[in-house]
Design a protein around this ligand. Structure first.
Ligand code: 5GP
Ligand code: MG
Length: 179
């Protein structure tokens, strides 16, 4: 598994320290607002876990599952909602937690979908941002790291459903794609 990695882009320590900062930012911002934190399955699982664990303010958990990648490393552009929220968002403060903002198709779709449920507010929090690849006019409200245009895996991010279990974010060796 590990020999599929060309280089580590973000170490476990870098990720954990930045995630703790984001947790503190969210806690200060949402104090007294009892936000609903919505994780986007499956890629956001480690990020969601690390943001929410030790969150010092009351919050609710919910999850959606969206798919934009047919397979491989290119976004298909059309997003399918595989699982919707289970909670009533009306009048609530919602924060969407996602692994990465790339072309923007996924979060643009999810944002429009969730806004129809009339939350009091809706903000986007992503671990990674790849602004060079944006196709849709959308920005995240909270960003862990801005990264260059490379395909990364680990800390929830997959290639063909593998590598999500790495505690770091790394760049996959190009020969893995061409197999
Ligand atoms: P977008 O819709 O913004 O293009 O992409 C969002 C989704 O594409 C993410 O949730 C993630 O599943 C996938 N994605 C985008 N860039 C990368 C990347 O560099 N590595 C991996 N593993 N997935 C990515
Ligand atoms: Mg994916």
């Amino acid at each position: 598994m590990l020999n599929a990695i060309e280089r580590v882009l973000l170490t476990e320590e870098q990720i954990q320290s930045r995630v703790a900062e984001l947790r503190n930012t969210l806690a200060a911002e949402y104090e007294g607002k009892n936000p609903i934190l919505i994780g986007v399955l499956k890629g956001a699982i480690p990020f969601f876990r690390d943001i929410t664990l030790k969150m010092p303010i009351p919050c609710n958990y919910d999850f959606v599952c969206a798919s934009s990648y047919a397979a491989g490393t290119q976004s298909a552009g059309t997003v399918t909602l595989l699982k919707d929220t289970a909670m009533d968002l009306r009048g609530r403060h919602v924060v969407v937690l996602e692994d990465i903002l790339d072309t923007g198709y996924t979060l643009d779709f999810l944002k429009a979908h969730l806004l129809q449920k009339e939350p009091a507010s809706l903000k986007l929090c992503v671990l990674l941002d790849k602004p060079e690849r944006r196709r849709v006019d959308i920005e995240a409200d909270y960003v862990g790291f801005t990264i260059p245009n490379v395909f990364v895996v680990g800390y929830g991010l997959d290639y063909m459903e593998y590598y999500r279990n790495f505690p770091f974010v790394g760049v996959l060796k190009p020969e893995i794609y061409s197999k």
